[in-house]
Every structure is written in structure tokens, then in C-alpha cells.
Design a protein around this ligand. Structure first.
Ligand SMILES: CC(C)(COP(=O)(O)OP(=O)(O)OC[C@H]1O[C@@H](n2cnc3c(N)ncnc32)[C@H](O)[C@@H]1OP(=O)(O)O)[C@@H](O)C(=O)NCCC(=O)NCCS
Length: 148
């Protein structure tokens, strides 16, 4: 299982026994439902993108201590399809801090329950969030890296 996952991904992220990133916790874990499928039967890419944005925002909010807005989706790659019934885990971490913004990397893994426990990396993304106050005005963030 783990071996298969390693073959499927180009990165050499350290994986645990299940094939999920070691020493990281998922910001979000969601089961992909039939209502989220596209006409071909796989999960609609927009569903994955939406959850990536939510997971990244959770990480950004924790790092900046408050509200954030998404200002840019810098990159997004779909590496494998997500299937109906997959348990999809979204791992997010802040990789850069600016004056009012943070850049967050999100890695997405699917546990294929249809094939009992096989885990594959399905997507990766880089997003920028701006810290804002209650009125939506940008606010400075403390310059610190988060390990999540
Ligand atoms: C986010 C927002 C408050 C920024 O206001 P602004 O006065 O234009 O801010 P700036 O141009 O000074 O940019 C603020 C920060 O974002 C960064 N930024 C802005 N556009 C960016 C882009 N396209 N890519 C990467 N970073 C960007 C800037 O580099 C700056 O970072 P820093 O302060 O860490 O150096 C405003 O653009 C906004 O409200 N956008 C809409 C957000 C939204 O509705 N998102 C979707 C729903 S959450």
C-alpha cells in the first residue's frame, strides 16, 4: 500500500504506515459523496478545489490569529482522480509569511475504500491568504512559520 503510494507521487514526503504524511494532521477529512461526482463518475475537480481552499484557510487563520481572505491560487495540480466513497484528507501548512499575507501549501490524499485502504496523493496546491480585520481591511501578521 505505502509502496504503491510512493510510486504514485513524485515527492518524497515521509509517509506513515497508512501512506499518509507522517507527523502532520489533516486540517480537513471528508468522504467524497455521489452528489459531488461529475458525469464520468469521478469527483468534480471544483469540489476538491473548494476543500483545498477551506483547509488552507484554517491553517492561515491559525497562523495569523484571525480572519483571512483568499487572494490568489498560485498553483493547483490534480495528480489522480478522486472516486466516490474515497476518504479525502487535506494537509495544509504555511510555507511563507509576508507583511499581511501567508502562503499555504495544501497536499491532498485519498484513501480508496473501494480497494481497501490504498492511499494516493490526488492533488497539491499553493494559495495566498491575506489577514484581514472585521471590516475586511488587511492587517499585519506576525512573521512566524507554522508547523502543522
Ligand atoms: C485581499 C485584499 C484585502 C488585499 O487588499 P489590497 O489593498 O489590494 O492589498 P495589497 O495589494 O497590498 O496586497 C496585500 C497582500 O497580498 C499579496 N497579494 C495581493 N495579490 C496577490 C496575488 N495575486 N498573488 C500573491 N499575493 C498577492 C500582496 O503581495 C500583499 O502581501 P504582503 O502584505 O504580505 O506583502 C483585497 O484584494 C480583497 O479584499 N480581495 C478579495 C478577497 C476575496 O474576496 N477572496 C475570496 C473569498 S475569501
Amino acid at each position: 500500500m505505502v509502496k504503491q503510494n510512493r510510486q504514485a507521487t513524485s515527492e518524497l514526503e515521509e509517509l506513515d504506515k497508512q501512506g499518509l504524511p507522517r507527523n502532520r494532521h489533516a486540517e480537513l477529512r471528508v468522504m467524497a459523496m455521489p452528489k459531488d461526482a461529475n458525469p464520468a463518475g469521478d469527483i468534480f475537480g471544483g469540489w476538491t478545489m473548494s476543500n483545498v481552499d477551506v483547509a488552507g484557510a484554517i491553517s492561515a487563520m491559525r497562523a495569523t490569529g484571525g480572519r483571512v481572505v483568499t487572494v490568489a491560487l498560485k498553483s493547483f495540480a490534480f495528480k489522480q482522480p478522486v472516486a466516490v466513497g474515497d476518504l479525502v484528507s487535506f494537509y495544509a501548512k504555511v510555507i511563507g509569511t509576508g507583511t499581511t499575507s501567508v502562503t499555504v501549501e495544501v497536499d491532498v490524499y485519498s484513501q480508496r475504500w473501494a480497494t481497501v485502504g490504498v492511499v494516493v496523493k490526488v492533488a497539491e496546491a499553493l494559495l495566498t491568504y491575506v489577514a484581514v480585520d472585521a471590516e475586511g481591511r488587511k492587517r499585519p501578521v506576525a512573521r512566524r512559520e507554522e508547523v502543522s
